[in-house]
Design a protein around this ligand. Structure first.
Ligand SMILES: Nc1ncnc2c1ncn2[C@@H]1O[C@H](COP(=O)(O)OP(=O)(O)OP(=O)(O)O)[C@@H](O)[C@H]1O
Ligand SMILES: [Mg+2]
Length: 199
């Protein structure tokens, strides 16, 4: 079977790593590449931005290293999951087959980030704003425009259910419809759900 390269992107906290771990634990021949960890391993991290509370990455170094690494994995016939909130921007387009964008409703994502991942309120707010404005989906459309891009909403469902939906989609060669999300409209219709953003 030919190798498949799948970009798994989405705002931090949408469940990319949880899903990728589930996929590799259940399927032989699949490997998981966490872009953030990979950037550290290949010395692409060149500093830290205190105001954004995030590492600064030299994307040229990272892209070159990713191209080399992914090419090798493809030759080995492996299925590769490239996991990261900026994975669509740095993955080698020529090798990418599909892109999965995980989504999560803003109020639920806020709870995941502040409770589960212990983000500061400022950092959680920045990420929730990115989710509301479809940032990762737009980046996927921009950088991987000729590839099949599917969104899956993880709001209120377990990692196991997300896994089942992913596998169905994968078996259909990413021809599945996926989910359409419109968080701005959701917040307009449920104004009480956005109070956390403005406190
Ligand atoms: N349906 C779901 N799918 C995936 N994760 C879920 C789901 N429901 C709840 N979660 C929880 O949300 C959190 C998501 O964390 P995870 O580290 O997988 O996200 P991530 O997208 O990899 O974030 P980051 O970009 O910061 O690495 C975990 O605590 C996970 O258990
Ligand atoms: Mg992760």
């Amino acid at each position: 079977m030919r190798s498949r390269v799948i970009v798994v992107t989405g705002t931090p906290g949408t469940g990319k790593t949880s899903l990728c771990r589930r996929i590799v634990s259940r399927n032989k021949g699949w490997v998981h590449l966490d872009v953030g960890q990979f950037a550290v391993e290949v010395n692409a991290v060149i500093g830290y931005d205190d105001s954004l509370e995030t590492s600064i990455v030299d994307t040229d170094i990272l892209k070159r290293a990713l191209l080399k690494h992914v090419s090798k994995r493809v030759e080995e016939g492996l299925h590769i999951l490239i996991d990261g909130h900026y994975a669509a921007e740095v993955s080698p387009v020529k090798h990418v087959d599909y892109c999965l964008v995980l989504r999560c409703r803003p109020d639920v994502l806020w709870r995941r980030l502040t409770n589960l991942k212990r983000y500061s309120e400022d950092k959680a707010r920045m990420n929730v704003e990115s989710e509301i404005t479809d940032y990762c989906y737009l980046m996927a459309k921009l950088h991987l425009k000729r590839k099949r891009i599917v969104q899956l909403d993880t709001t209120g469902i377990s990692v196991g259910k997300t896994y089942t939906r992913f596998m169905e989609c994968y078996r259909e060669g990413f021809r599945c419809k996926g989910d359409v999300v419109d968080w701005v409209n959701f917040l307009l219709e449920n104004p009480g759900k956005m109070s956390f953003l403005f406190r």
